[in-house]
Design a binder for this molecule. Structure first.
Ligand SMILES: Cc1ncc(COP(=O)(O)O)c(C=O)c1O
Length: 392
């Protein structure tokens, strides 16, 4: 999503306004994959539903057929879920907000991965909940874990079995963010969710934002059964219900479309783009470490170089017309070291990758030169202090 602290966001907005700017940040899906024609037909069909259903108020849990769709897909992955367990939310973000409202108080600690989804960190901080970097398991004083077991953002990795086992052995509640579960590059289906193994303490959150389109804001929350009424009250107090029209459009779309074929297509598409961006990075930024992702929208670049990420971003945006997501945005402690960058292959056309990474490499060289200049000036001042030369 479009995400970030205000200084970074200001730079990214500046870039978005320039016609020649290339944004390798942001984590937006590829707009060429939005099934516009099919959604248009679904929109018309939704408007013609009897009793003006798509334009009318509805219950806070959301529409039945959509909840059944979510439950069926989770059942296929091993979770014992029925439509009555699902709450349709305004995107996954609202599911995360409701889950954290139930599980955490001001001052609570939530265990997160070393790099995690920035808008979840922002959500916790806004509630005065402290996100802390913890590896899975054995942390009794946490109010909850926030994890992306199926496919992580930003690294594009599935959780390893040892961490999964540690999390399941622990009794701490888990907010399971499944947003990227269906954007994986191998041919395997999305893995068994943690919800399947610990339904009494997993708040499972999903979305159609990554696979269909984010603009409709259709996501879901499957809370533990004993928390369902509380989750529904929170949902109702926030916005009464999720958008009826968006839900009806998605229901109509799903009733006509071959959604699995759509998923297979987008997975191939993003896998190709990931490979192309990897190649551009290898050509122009050989100094960075990057692992091929198993899914998701982005590459995670790391370097031992002592560059200041904000300085690099400023040079990249203002002088070279390219942006990226700085690594500190993804860390619970906001640290900018070791230097890391998230580069998204999802939204931009492949033909722009070479130019985009070349611009970033130029910005990198300028940031490095500026650092060297600063060090030389500092060394000069230190030498002047150590051996003051008096003019006679
Ligand atoms: C890991 C993760 N979770 C949740 C979300 C929010 O998704 P939604 O658009 O459904 O609110 C995002 C969006 O970027 C995400 O990357």
């Amino acid at each position: 999503m479009r995400e970030g602290t205000s200084a970074v966001e200001a730079l990214q907005r500046e870039l978005a306004e320039s016609a020649s700017g290339l944004s390798l940040g942001g984590g937006l899906p590829d707009e060429t994959l939005f099934p516009r024609g099919a959604l248009g037909r679904a929109f018309v069909a939704a408007l013609h539903r009897p009793a003006g259903e798509a334009l009318q108020y509805a219950w806070p849990e959301g529409q039945e057929r959509l909840r059944a769709f979510v439950a069926n897909r989770l059942r296929a992955r091993g979770a014992d879920v029925g439509p009555e367990d699902v709450i349709i939310t305004n995107g996954a973000q609202q599911g995360l907000a409701i889950a954290s409202q139930i599980l955490c108080r001001a001052g609570s600690r939530v265990g997160v991965d070393p790099e995690t989804y920035p808008a979840a960190l922002a959500l916790f901080r806004a509630r005065r909940v402290l996100p802390v970097r913890e590896e899975g398991g054995g942390a009794g004083r946490l109010a909850a874990w926030y994890k992306m077991p199926a496919m992580g953002n930003p690294r594009g990795r599935e959780m390893d079995p040892a961490e999964r086992a540690r999390l399941l052995a622990d009794r701490t509640p888990i907010i399971e963010d499944d947003a990227y579960a269906d954007v994986r590059f191998d041919r395997r289906p999305a893995p068994r969710p943690l919800l399947a193994d610990a339904p009494d303490r997993v708040f499972h959150v999903g979305t159609l934002s990554k696979t269909l389109c984010p603009g409709l804001r259709v996501g879901w929350l499957v809370p533990p059964a004993r928390q369902r009424q509380r989750a529904l009250r929170l949902k109702h107090s926030a916005d009464l219900q999720s958008n009826s029209l968006a839900q009806a459009i998605v229901e109509e779309y799903l009733s006509r479309a071959d959604y699995d074929a759509h998923l297979a297509r987008i997975r191939r598409h993003y896998a190709r783009k990931a490979g192309a961006l990897m190649e551009a990075v290898a050509r122009h930024l050989p100094q960075v470490r990057v692992e091929p992702p198993g899914g998701g929208f982005a590459l995670w670049l790391q370097s031992e170089e002592a560059l200041d990420e904000r300085e690099l971003l400023e040079i990249a945006v203002r002088q070279e017309g390219v942006s990226f997501d700085p690594g500190s945005e993804f860390r619970a402690d906001g640290a900018g070291r070791p230097l890391a960058l998230r580069l998204c292959f999802s939204a931009l056309p492949v033909e722009t990758f070479d130019d985009g990474v070349r611009r970033l490499a130029r910005a990198w060289r300028k940031a490095r030169a500026r650092r060297v200049g600063v060090r030389v000036r500092q060394a000069g001042r230190a030498a002047a202090r150590v051996s003051p030369v008096r003019a006679h």
